[in-house]
Design a protein around this ligand. Structure first.
Ligand SMILES: Nc1ncnc2c1ncn2[C@@H]1O[C@H](COP(=O)(O)OP(=O)(O)O)[C@@H](O)[C@H]1O
Ligand SMILES: Nc1ccn([C@@H]2O[C@H](COP(=O)(O)O)[C@@H](O)[C@H]2O)c(=O)n1
Length: 204
């Protein structure tokens, strides 16, 4: 199994890049594990308390479970992936069964910050977009798709997102084998990444 880690700041375009790779690779045997589904549950806290949490710090992620799942899939065992809600800031209680396949992509803002998880990756990618562009994309997405208002997005950006990006996410770029500039549609970079994955698959 080929395991690829794809990191990058919020709104950099990780999900979009993964979708394009899926289209271009055109293979059935590919799984995507999103770090977003591995946020700690925090159902012991009230909704107001959960809303106030820092979701951009590595401690917000249940890396133990994520790494356990990556290892299980590499070991040809199916996993029960939790499903997360950005509205309730917690796990929904539902799970999706993921069967092992030839390629596993693990994507999320913090996936290149964890030393144990890094050991599991054959290829490490960082998607880059400037912070102003990412903030604009984040405002659009969170207000349209994640049930947030402008004040919530801007408050979170100033208090936790920006400082955590500078402390943890931006430095994790140094772990990447490949950096994808994604300020605009970048089909050359997507073609290149697809070729690298195809070549790696031949060796696996
Ligand atoms: N190259 C790009 N140019 C313009 N908009 C983009 C680009 N890549 C992604 N987007 C948009 O930015 C938003 C965030 O992208 P997404 O892939 O969800 O980012 P991430 O998964 O890194 O948070 C989405 O609305 C997406 O359509
Ligand atoms: N309850 C939560 C959990 C996470 N976030 C934000 O999601 C961002 C990561 O997701 P991307 O798809 O943008 O990579 C991260 O920056 C968290 O601030 C949230 O708002 N609420």
């Amino acid at each position: 199994m080929l395991v690829i880690g794809i990191a990058g700041g919020t709104g950099s375009g990780k999900t979009t890049v993964v979708d394009k790779i899926i289209q271009q690779l055109d293979i059935e045997g590919m799984n995507i594990l999103s770090q977003d589904n591995y946020y700690h549950d925090n159902h012991n806290l009230t909704l107001t308390e959960r809303e106030a949490l820092n979701y951009d710090h590595p401690k917000s992620i249940d890396f133990d479970l994520l790494i356990k799942h990556v290892k299980a899939l590499k070991n040809h065992e199916p996993i029960e992936q939790p499903i997360y809600s950005f509205v309730t800031h917690g796990r929904t209680g539902d799970h999706v069964t993921v069967e092992p396949k030839n390629v596993l992509v693990v994507e999320g803002i913090l996936v290149l910050t964890n030393k144990e998880l890094l050991k599991e990756f054959d290829l490490k990618v960082f998607v880059h977009a400037d912070s102003d562009e990412r903030l604009i994309r984040r405002i659009r997405r969170d207000t349209q798709e994640r049930g947030r208002d402008l004040n919530e997005v801007l408050h979170r950006y100033q208090t936790t997102l920006k400082p955590m990006h500078q402390e943890f996410i931006e430095p994790s770029k140094n772990e990447a084998d490949l950096i994808i500039p994604n300020m605009r549609q970048n089909s050359v970079a997507i073609d290149f990444l697809t070729t690298v994955i195809k070549n790696s698959l031949r060796k696996h």
